[in-house]
Each structure stands twice: as structure tokens, then as C-alpha cells.
Design a protein around this ligand. Sequence first.
Ligand SMILES: [Zn+2]
Length: 305
Amino acid sequence: MMKKLMTIMALLLAVVIFGGCANTKENSKTTTDPAGAKELAILTSFYPMYVATINVTKDIAGIRVTNMTNPQTGCLHNYQMTPQDLITLEAADIFVMNGAGMEASIEDMVAMQKNLKIIEAGKGIELLKNKDGEDNPHVWVSVSNAITQAQNISEQLALFDTTNAAQYRANAATYVAKLEALRTKMHTSLDTLQNRNIVTFHEAFPYFAQEFNFTIAAVISQEPDTPMTATELKEIIAVVEKLQVKALFAEPQYSSKAAQTVASATGAKIYELDPGVTGQTDAGAYNGYIDIMTSNLTILMEALG
Ligand SMILES: [Zn+2]
């Protein structure tokens, strides 16, 4: 607790010191668009929130969506805010976060922004528990939950910015239709698979597994920065052999060292599944989530088909 407080103090001090000379147009809250209206600055916590939010706000004038963290950051477990993050946060009108604990390490700083409006995309989604009994925050990896998140973002934006409410809802409907088509396409292929045991890395895939009826036989390493013990590795190797698991699913964001150990001990092959936590913030980002899920589908069919 003390350490957390110290971190916050250090961060605030850094902002006081560096903040003075960082008051660029980018960070100014009173930026105006050519029409003279005040721009609405929407900040997203990490990449999946960014992708959903740009779809909901697509082509609406006077809105700027920024992702607070680098889009290559991945999940925000144990994320340490930088002074620049805090400056960006202070300049925002609305903050879109996943909730369910994903932003736990930055929640204190967010709560200190008295004028900031908060949108919790994961609101109302029934949470699964991790092995350690904590809420699993990776809800968006299920397509149905991604749909709920887009609708939540749209409805909450519509409350905060009534002028554009109809456009938020129309955009959300367009995006949701695409996500529904994706979900149907995935079910059509994945429902045919006989082999439904999968082994994954960190706790990113339980919602996906629930949606598409896979059984997660084992999770190699709860979180990427916690190395596995020899006993844990042995247990996983035993599970993989017993269930004749053919495929191990690593994630592009994390090292697959433990996967390689299990693979060479059991003969199972390593494939990559992407939980959609990294990407670009260019025009391709509108389809970021859909493209990642489509490539996950191809990989699953190749690995388990
Ligand atoms: Zn994660």
C-alpha cells in the first residue's frame, strides 16, 4: 500500500516538473475544431477499448479518440503509469476502460480526475474467476462480450454527449452486425471440431473457450511475468499426455519458453492465438479485433481440425 502511494507521489511530482513544458496543442483540453466547437477528448485504457471506441465514434465530427498506453503494451496487469500517461489522462473528457480489474494498477490515478467521465465497457458482463479466485478481466476475447462492450460504450457515450447519441447508436449497430457475422462464421467452423481440449497461456482465453465450447485443459503460467516451477511444468506435461492434447496455444505478446518445454516433452505442437491486446492505431484498427479473431479461427482449424 505504501509502495503504491509512493508511486503516485512520484508520478504527480514528475507531472509538476515536466507538465509545465508539455502543454502542447495535443494535450490541451480546449482544442477547437475548424468549426469552432470544442473537441471531445475520449481516452481509452488499452487496445481492445481503443478498437471498440473508434468504431462507435466513427466519422463523428469533433471527437478525438486516443489510446493512453502504447498500442503494443498488451494487457495492463501491473502496468505502471508514466508521467505522459497522467498528462494525457488530465486532458481527457471521457475515459473508456474495460473494468473487471484490468485497470486496477491505474484506478487510483483515474479516480483523482474529478471532472473525468468514466465508461466501463465491461459493465454487466458476468465474470469468470481465475484459479486464484480473482475476477478474470479478459472478457472481450469472447465475441459476445465484445458486442456487449461496444453497446455499453455507445449507450454511455450517448448519455454523456446527447448531441451525437443517434450517431453513436447507429455506429454501434453497424459494428455489432459485423461482430455477429464473425461469431456466426466462427461457430460454423469451430462447432465441427471433435477435439475440444486446449492448453493456453496466461488467463486470456476462458471467455473465448466458454463461448465456443472448448475445454481449457491447462493454463501454462497464470501471468507472463511469473515463471513456472518445475512441479507446475510436470503437472501440465501429465495433463497434456493424459488428454492427448495436440496443440498448445501461445500468445504473440508473451514468450513461449514454457510452451517449448511442454512441447518437446509431449510432442504437442505450438500455435499462436492472439487475445487482441496489441495492434496499430491506423485506419486498419477499425477491423483490428475482427481481423485478429479471423486469424485465430484459421489457426484453430489448422491445429485441431
Ligand atoms: Zn492478460
